[in-house]
Design a protein around this ligand. Structure first.
Ligand code: AMP
Length: 252
């Protein structure tokens, strides 16, 4: 695996990969089986797979969340090597935001609800960094998890609106045995919190009404940001103490 830390160096490498199909998996690191499922799909569908790890400060609306975000770079490198990833991009914030974040990508509708409502600025930061990486990698296919369903919809919308050449490919949510969606933030749950967390996906996919689910979640001491039916899915965001979980299920 080639690790590239300099944007100019990467641009030269990229220009030489002209005849290859490239699959791209952008991440914030602390890699788990969810991230790896995107990598595996990319490897199956492309000649070359590029993964980026960048904990994007602009998409965190709470400074503590950014500071406490798990960073496990050495372990991530081992996992990516084991999965035969071709390139790992590790660019720093100074180079990625050389413009001091003076150019931003703003979507005015879809980004205002759900995650956008509860995490002001999150989607502006997310769309801006994803566009930068999509322009740097110029992949044929880029892979995103359905766990972050609103994020996927926004990236797809951006890609269509700006006529980006990359296909935006959704990938199913990978879960732990008890149904909890894998997430880097799960590592911040203590064992009793982790045990309680499994009630969230269990209830979210139950046939109960939203009102019933809400009452049950409150009973288990979750704090609820939203539970809502949208895009033929049931989506939810909840807190266990100071850890926020999101998830969604397709509704039949
Ligand atoms: P993150 O590192 O959390 O920014 O996630 C990087 C990519 O991995 C995003 O497209 C996420 O939607 C995706 N992802 C995160 N967790 C999962 C999961 N449990 N299953 C599938 N994809 C995931």
């Amino acid at each position: 695996m080639n690790i590239v830390t300099n944007i100019k160096v990467w641009q030269k490498i990229r220009n030489k990969l002209r005849d290859k199909s490239i699959g791209f998996v952008p991440t914030m690191g602390n890699l788990h089986a969810g991230h790896l499922s995107l990598c595996i799909k990319s490897k199956l569908e492309n000649d070359i797979t590029v993964v980026s790890i960048f904990v994007n400060p602009k998409q965190f609306n709470q400074i503590q969340d950014f500071e406490f975000y798990p960073r496990t770079l050495e372990q991530d490198k081992i996992l990516l090597k084991l999965n035969h990833i071709d390139y790992l991009l590790l660019f720093d914030a100074e180079s990625l935001y050389a413009d001091q974040y003076q150019i931003q990508i703003i979507e005015t509708e879809l980004s205002q609800i759900l995650e956008g409502k509860y995490r002001p600025g999150h989607f502006v930061g997310m769309l801006t960094i994803v566009l930068k990486f999509l322009n740097l990698v110029r992949a044929e296919n880029a892979y995103f998890g359905e766990k972050d369903y609103q994020q996927y919809l926004l990236i797809k919308k951006m890609s269509e609106s700006l006529f980006l050449p990359t296909n935006i490919i959704p990938c199913p949510t990978v879960r732990d045995k008890d149904g909890l969606a894998m997430s880097s933030r799960n590592s911040r749950l203590h064992s009793d919190q982790r045990h309680r967390a499994a009630f969230f996906p269990k209830l979210l996919q139950s046939p109960d009404t939203i009102e019933k689910i809400t009452n049950k979640l409150i009973h288990y001491h979750f704090k609820i940001d939203y539970i809502i039916d949208q895009w033929h899915r049931r989506l939810g965001a909840v807190w266990i103490d100071d850890v926020r979980l999101i998830d969604n299920f397709l509704r039949r």
